[in-house]
Design a protein around this ligand. Structure first.
Ligand SMILES: Cc1cc2nc3c(=O)[nH]c(=O)nc-3n(C[C@H](O)[C@H](O)[C@H](O)COP(=O)(O)OP(=O)(O)OC[C@H]3O[C@@H](n4cnc5c(N)ncnc54)[C@H](O)[C@@H]3O)c2cc1C
Length: 202
């Protein structure tokens, strides 16, 4: 049987996980998000795995991208609403009021909302008539972005991270993922929302 998620994030690197964490934290706290679910599908090649981050505010000096992503996975595991799968998405199909997402393994997942967070080293997913073109904020060839309107491609389809055309910096990729997360929960709530924890919370 195909699992139906409310949100399926393609790409579990910096922007995809950031998006998932905002939505997961809303699901835990907010009535408008009660019982919603998130699936993240990742092929395991985040650019952050090659990085050392000395210019990320508040990060320990010399922290590696591997360490940061390991911590991010621990954060993801805190949320029962989030399922993280290792696979590669090859096609997105729009079917009536949802999407079917096919993976290299042959598995197909269903979701009401899709977020594309696959980085900027090419775009190889069939479907939705998405065309990638040269990224406008790097001189390196082979780096791509896709058209979007404030991170939205169309109803229920979003893009974040380097693929959205933003500059290739960790904070910017994470920020765009967080913005897509906020946009999605705000659409659920019917008004602008943010999710904050504060000192004294359990
Ligand atoms: C060597 C190096 C050093 C860097 N140093 C710094 C630095 O010092 N400071 C800084 O701010 N930034 C740095 N960066 C940049 C930072 O790592 C990126 O900006 C950030 O990782 C981009 O996030 P993203 O989510 O767009 O892409 P990524 O983090 O690359 O994540 C994309 C994910 O999508 C997955 N994916 C792709 N296609 C599919 C598919 N079809 N199905 C499923 N999953 C898929 C990939 O496997 C990957 O895990 C560095 C990058 C590199 C390469």
């Amino acid at each position: 049987m195909k699992i139906m998620s409310d949100v399926l994030i393609i790409g579990g690197g910096v922007s995809g996980i950031s998006c998932g964490l905002i939505i997961g934290s809303a699901i835990e706290k907010e009535l408008y998000a009660l019982n919603k679910t998130v699936t993240i599908i990742d092929s395991g090649h985040s650019d952050a795995k090659k990085a050392i981050f000395n210019n990320m505010i508040g990060f320990p000096i010399g922290v590696t991208g591997e360490e940061v992503l390991e911590n991010a996975m621990k954060q993801i595991q805190k949320y029962d609403s989030i399922t993280f799968l290792n696979d590669r998405v090859i096609e997105i199909k729009e079917v009536l009021n949802h999407f079917e997402i096919e993976c290299n393994s042959g598995k197909v997942y269903k979701s009401k909302i899709v977020v594309i967070a696959t980085g900027f080293k090419g775009y190889y997913i069939e479907g939705l008539d998405i065309k990638a073109f040269q990224h406008s904020k790097t001189m390196k060839s082979g780096r791509v972005q896709i058209d979007n309107d404030n991170l939205k491609l169309k109803d229920n389809v979003w893009v974040c991270g380097n693929l959205s055309g933003m500059s290739n910096q960790f904070a910017i990729a994470a920020g765009s993922g967080a913005q897509v997360g906020v946009n999605i929960i705000s659409e659920w709530a019917g008004e602008w929302k943010v999710i904050h924890d504060k000192v004294g919370d359990k």
